[in-house]
Design a protein around this ligand. Structure first.
Ligand SMILES: [Fe+2]
Ligand SMILES: [Fe+2]
Length: 275
């Protein structure tokens, strides 16, 4: 069964070096099929921060693990206005990857990433009309038996948060992108940005999208945590079922703090009761 280590919001420049070492040790031990990093490689898109992020990717490669990445809003400069609007992702392209629409295929797995980081809607991100059209094409030749996974930095659904019915924002044009993902047979959306881990069916947000599972990662290594320890998701998929193991750094090492199992029943992801 293929497995994905889903990391997000590593934020080099405002990272915990101990968490970086611990996560590399964990990846070495667990040997996932693929490492996904769903954006915010840096804190302020500085060259020195991108160099640290690049070194992290080199370490992942040295473990023999393939990786797939998308940029986050923090990988676009915020205060350097000239760079923000004239060459927003130049450093990302140079130090991380020039590929802003990455794909990864392995037996049982088809993973596609799209870039939601923008200069103008810096914080919230956006999906373009072209990207929405490209979602269908990107999975067009995928093995029908493979789990189809779409990776963005900004979530494509508003996430519930707090007890007063508040929610965390989704990317611009998220609803249309989510519909396109549904039509393309995407089983799972991987994203970050809010530094909070979450898993649930998209049916909660829009009934028609019930066959899409929303998986959010917390921040893997940033010191800017929002009430949660540093964490990442270890995801195992097989047709019609998904297991999300949340591994958090509650002490020195990352360890399993939660396992969520979901099964596709009548076209809607349903959580299995926790043992
Ligand atoms: Fe972030
Ligand atoms: Fe972000």
């Amino acid at each position: 069964m293929p497995s994905i280590a889903h990391l997000s919001d590593v934020h080099f420049g405002r990272h915990d070096p101990g968490a970086v070492d611990a996560i590399l040790a964990d990846l070495k031990e667990l040997q996932p099929t693929l490492v996904v990093i769903s954006g915010d490689f840096t804190q302020r898109a500085k060259r020195s921060q991108f160099r640290l992020a690049h070194a992290f990717l080199v370490e992942i490669e040295a473990l023999g693990l393939p990786w797939l990445a998308v940029p986050g809003n923090h990988d676009v400069p915020l205060y350097d206005v000239a760079r923000r609007f004239l060459s927003p992702l130049r450093r990302y392209r140079r130090y991380i990857t020039p590929d802003l629409a990455p794909r990864f295929v392995a037996p049982g797995l088809a993973v596609v990433g799209i870039n939601t980081a923008r200069s103008l809607t810096w914080s919230d991100g956006r999906v373009s009309r072209d990207q929405i059209e490209a979602i269908a094409a990107a999975f067009g030749d995928a093995d029908p038996e493979a789990a189809r996974v779409l990776v963005t930095h900004h979530p494509l659904v508003e996430l519930p948060w707090g007890e007063d019915g508040a929610s965390l924002k989704a990317a611009g044009r998220a609803r249309r992108a989510l519909d396109a993902a549904s039509v393309a047979g995407v089983e799972m959306l991987l994203a970050g940005h809010h530094h909070r881990s979450f898993t649930g069916s998209a049916a909660t947000f829009r009934a028609a999208n019930g066959a899409v599972l929303v998986v959010q990662a917390g921040t893997a290594t940033s010191t800017r945590v929002r009430g949660e320890a540093n964490s990442y998701n270890l995801i195992r998929t097989s047709p019609g079922s998904a297991e999300i193991e949340v591994r958090a750094r509650t002490t020195e090492a990352f360890e399993t703090v939660r396992v969520e199992r979901h099964r596709l029943v009548d076209g809607v992801w349903a959580a299995e009761p926790r043992p």
